[in-house]
Design a protein around this ligand. Structure first.
Ligand code: CU
Length: 224
């Protein structure tokens, strides 16, 4: 099942996939074990001709051990997941590397718009240009400045394992570094109204020089 994950195209995609695998295996093993024990006990203590179904109140030590030993083991597994998720959170959310490109993302019902810095490399200046597709250079760190014009949205690019809520009235940050070229969907992962399903655009991750040419052409067009 985990082999069916979308292609990993972002620098922290593998870190997140490892965490997903850990949760998948811990929960999977527990699910199979719990169902196995349940069905074994159903069969073992069932009613038979001349024998009533067993009634075993959990009062003795042996019965209580069937409750508390798994509880303890589940707690240990939970702590393993917690520690690993703290590692992933620190790598993805707390230690953002310095970005070489900052893109403003404007979410609204029901569209995405991207604001690029012009030749001066800074957002919110006269040479900015806007685009409907998210073009990014492969191998460069991109910082996103996320804003919503109306309601809660969430930017989601499965191939990057990038997902971040966008809250009206706040400027939130997110970052990624595309590690391979490709064209992938950018979707909204927060139910934001009747047109939520159609709130999609595309991301084009391309070689740095191809990106530079695209950005230069856009900036020239935008300065008209
Ligand atoms: Cu939305």
């Amino acid at each position: 099942m985990l082999e069916d994950l979308p292609v990993a195209a972002g620098s922290f995609a593998r870190t997140i996939d490892q965490h997903m695998r850990l949760i998948y295996w811990i929960c999977g093993v527990w699910f199979v074990a719990a169902q196995g024990v349940l069905f074994y006990f159903l069969w073992r203590f069932r009613q038979r001709p001349g024998v009533r179904a067993a009634w075993l109140p959990a009062e003795g030590r042996r019965e209580l051990a069937w409750i508390f030993a798994p509880v303890l083991l589940v707690l240990v597994c939970d702590l393993v997941i917690e520690f690993d998720s703290a590692r992933v959170w620190a790598a993805v959310k707390e230690h953002a590397p310095e970005a070489s490109l900052e893109v403003g993302v404007h979410a609204s019902q029901f569209a995405w718009e991207y604001q690029y810095p012009g030749p001066d490399g800074r957002l919110d200046t006269a040479d900015d240009f806007r685009a409907r597709q998210l073009h990014v250079p492969v191998g460069r760190v991109v910082s996103l400045r996320l804003e919503s014009r109306d309601v809660l949205h969430s930017i989601f690019v499965p191939q990057l394992r990038l997902k971040q809520d966008i809250v009206p009235g706040r400027q939130l940050r997110s970052w990624f570094e595309a590690t391979r070229e490709g064209t992938w969907p950018v979707v909204c992962a927060e139910l934001c109204g009747v047109g939520h399903t159609f709130m999609q655009s595309t991301m084009v991750a391309e070689a740095a020089d191809t990106y530079d040419r695209w950005a230069a052409a856009q900036a020239a067009g935008g300065a008209r």
